[in-house]
Write a protein that binds this ligand. Structure first.
Ligand code: SAM
Length: 304
């Protein structure tokens, strides 16, 4: 159960979801037709394996399913396909932003995202990674072992340890964020973990910090997810079994404005696709067992 001001390490509460995404990226990286190649994802998964055992390779899934006797564990392969689609969408968004001249990037709820290392950044790009202290501490430990704490190319990586329910704009400004420069923001796997008011504030604050030419990409769990969430045999329940943590207990259930309409009302020009449409466009249709969930999830892009 969530509380108003809860904090976590990587193997606790919402922290586990960052590991889950790393697991998906690691699995996807092992596919010949993978939509993302993350050379660090596997190291994160294995570094936490004493406390939480998640798969990083195809053979891990078979072992996990055999050990836990849980048929749902076998579904990790399918779930990693969605992580691949989502990662590719945000990778393409950021690559296009820097190609158009944006040099300031903010990864909100960065978790174990290694885009700072993975993507080809032009000289002078600054990549801010915002997340809770416990998550970024774990990330740094593993990246230090991999000798990969620095950003690739000509970029600078700046971590900002702050709770996104607190005064995070002050923290990013103190870390060197410049609101007069156009910014590319991403919110990937974040919104359901915020209470409604924090989500409303998040978009308001992003708007205030966004110079003309800024853009944002958001993963938005549509209204349909709230219904799926209440059903015991829903895709989210099955996903939770795979995960070993009931994801539904990590979400804040309070009603909130639709993210696309909210961005539109704040003056952004919004476009978007459902995860299912995007997967088809990438030539990697998603597993039908999670179809309802993936049809409800939207990947939005908006320009200021
Ligand atoms: N964006 C990353 C990715 O896709 O790999 C991580 C996604 S993970 C599902 C959710 C992340 O949101 C976790 O790293 C968690 O710590 C972060 N998060 C959730 N609520 C937060 C909050 N209130 N403040 C800071 N970080 C938060």
């Amino acid at each position: 159960m969530r509380t108003e001001d809860d904090q976590w390490g990587i193997t606790e509460s919402v922290g586990v979801t960052a590991l889950g995404v790393a697991s998906g990226r690691a699995m996807e990286t092992h596919r010949d037709d993978g939509l993302v190649h993350d050379p660090f994802a596997e190291a994160f998964v294995y570094a936490a394996a004493d406390e939480i055992r998640l798969p990083a390779r195809p053979e891990d899934v078979d072992e996990l399913a055999a050990d836990t006797q849980d048929a749902a564990a076998a579904g990790w392969r399918e779930q990693s396909a969605y992580v691949g689609v989502r990662s590719r969408f945000f990778d393409e968004f950021l690559t296009a932003a820097v190609a158009d001249g944006v040099r300031q990037v903010v990864l909100l709820a960065a978790g174990l995202d290694t885009r700072a290392q993975r993507l080809a950044w032009p000289e002078g790009t600054v990549v801010f990674e915002v997340d809770q202290t416990g998550v970024l501490d774990f990330k740094d430990e593993v990246l230090a072992e991999q000798e990969a704490t620095d950003a690739g190319g000509g970029a600078r990586r700046v971590e900002v340890r702050v709770d996104l329910r607190h005064d995070w704009p002050a923290a990013v400004r103190a870390a060197g964020f410049d609101p007069s420069r156009p910014t590319a923001w991403i919110a990937e796997g974040l919104l359901p973990y915020l209470p409604a008011q924090a989500e409303v504030d998040l978009f308001d604050r992003i708007g205030e910090l966004s110079a003309p030419g800024s853009r944002i990409a958001v993963e938005h769990f549509g209204d349909a997810v709230a219904d799926l969430w209440r059903e015991d045999d829903s895709a989210l329940a099955s996903l939770s079994r795979r995960f070993g943590v009931d994801i539904r207990e990590l979400f804040f259930a309070d009603d909130r404005p639709d993210a696309a309409r909210r961005l539109d009302a704040l003056g952004w020009t919004v476009t978007g696709s459902s995860a299912v449409e995007l997967a088809e466009a990438y030539g990697r249709p998603l597993d039908p067992s999670l179809g309802e969930l993936h049809a409800a999830v939207r990947l939005l892009e908006a320009r200021h």
